[in-house]
Design a protein around this ligand. Structure first.
Ligand code: GLC
Length: 384
């Protein structure tokens, strides 16, 4: 049995944390990794971890790491922020040691810094599970370089959520694996047949934040020749993104189209099951894109941005369509094609459902377990 403490700076139900919740559930169910969660902030996910019988410790902290953002922080702010994370790391180290952990697994870049200190204090190796592409387009060139070097220096093992994410990291001499964030196998949800062109429903699921590109969809809609019957933007704002939502709502109102904002939902499944078409249109290369797999599993006809994870998941014209990121005209052309052709939607949706089976959570858990074995030198066998 390997005891692994997973460390995160947030308990908001955003993509990386939801992936962690599914992974820990699967690891514990396997019985060979005793996985627990260590959080430095309270939040809605704490109860969900507990509901899945995952032990959670929340280590409150005077320093609010959420105020430390890539775009909103100057160099001085980043430095004092980093110093705060290091101090917090020392306290976390004591918890990790008390839990008798064999390894610490950091779930974010902030957790990497805290986790480096914590793992050192506790005398155990550190693994960095990377959910973001550590690239200049996202972090700025200087910070991206610093994070890559930091990760390479402090982490013995690296888990990347896609090939595209792995390519942004330094891994020489480290144990590195790709573990796609898997989805739970579900019995295929009941869905109605693809609707006629004038009744088509479109859904886009994801946190409302500029790089996820909800605006690209809103700019594509007025270019459509076929008007959809309904467009749903499903997703919440967690990290100071309320202004973006207000701006999107204004744009949508001006379109005079039936666009609905649902806010955050715990389970997007029913929204995908009701949609004919699911849209993903991040303007930066998406690190993985769990929503793309979830939409495929629900049998939607999916249009996704041709970069990063979605380009690894989806084969254009086979199990969905890919369009260039940040291009409303190309997105509109793909949507028009799909709306006009229910048979094409049916074919892509059926193939998508099959393809989604390649991304099950059990495979993720196996890949992570294998890496933990290598990093700790322990066998992951069932405790008797
Ligand atoms: C982050 C990434 C997303 C990925 C998720 C799980 O939210 O932005 O692409 O699917 O983490 O790894």
């Amino acid at each position: 049995m390997i005891r692994a403490v997973f460390l995160s700076h947030t308990a908001a139900p955003s993509g990386a944390e939801l992936a962690t919740l599914r992974l820990l559930t699967a690891l514990r169910a396997g019985g060979t990794v005793d996985a627990s969660m260590l959080l430095t902030a309270p939040g809605p996910l704490v109860d969900r971890f507990r509901a899945h019988r995952i032990p959670v410790t929340v280590c409150g902290n005077a320093f609010d790491s959420s105020s430390l953002t890539v775009d909103g922080s100057g160099p001085l702010r980043l430095l004092t922020g980093a110093a705060g994370l290091v101090r917090l790391g020392a306290r976390l180290g004591a918890i990790v040691r008390a839990e008798g952990a064999d390894v610490v697994v950091a779930q974010s870049t902030k957790a990497l810094l805290m986790g480096a200190v914590a793992a050192r204090r506790a005398g155990v190796p550190l693994v960095w599970q990377v959910h973001d592409r550590i690239s200049g387009e996202y972090f700025g060139r200087v910070l991206a370089f610093a994070l890559r070097v930091l990760g390479w220096t402090v982490a013995r093992g690296i888990v990347a959520n896609s090939r595209s994410t792995l390519r942004t990291l330094y891994t020489r001499g480290r144990v590195a694996v790709i573990a796609h964030p898997g989805v739970e196998p579900r019995t295929a949800p009941h869905r109605a047949a693809q609707r006629d062109p004038d009744a088509v429903r479109i859904a886009m699921v994801g946190r409302l934040t500029p790089w996820k590109g909800q605006e690209v969809l809103l700019r594509a809609l007025p270019l459509l020749r076929h008007r959809p019957a309904a467009v749903q933007l499903v997703g919440g704002t967690f990290f100071g993104e309320q202004d973006y939502r207000a701006q999107l709502e204004q744009t949508a109102a001006a379109l005079g189209l039936p666009v609905e904002f649902t806010g955050h939902v715990d389970d997007p499944g029913p929204y995908f099951a009701r949609a004919d078409i699911a849209v993903h249109c991040s303007v930066l290369a998406e690190p993985f894109g769990q929503v793309v797999v979830e939409a495929m599993a629900a049998g939607c006809a999916v249009v996704a941005a041709d970069a990063g994870g979605p380009a690894e998941i989806l084969r254009s014209e086979v199990d969905g369509l890919l369009t260039p990121p940040g291009d409303p005209a190309a997105l509109a052309a793909a949507l028009d094609r799909l709306i006009a052709d229910p048979a094409l939607r049916t074919r892509l949706g059926a193939a998508a459902r099959e393809r989604s089976a390649d991304f099950g959570i059990a495979a993720t858990a196996r890949a992570v377990t294998g890496l933990l074995e290598q990093v700790t030198g322990r066998r992951a066998v069932r405790a008797r």
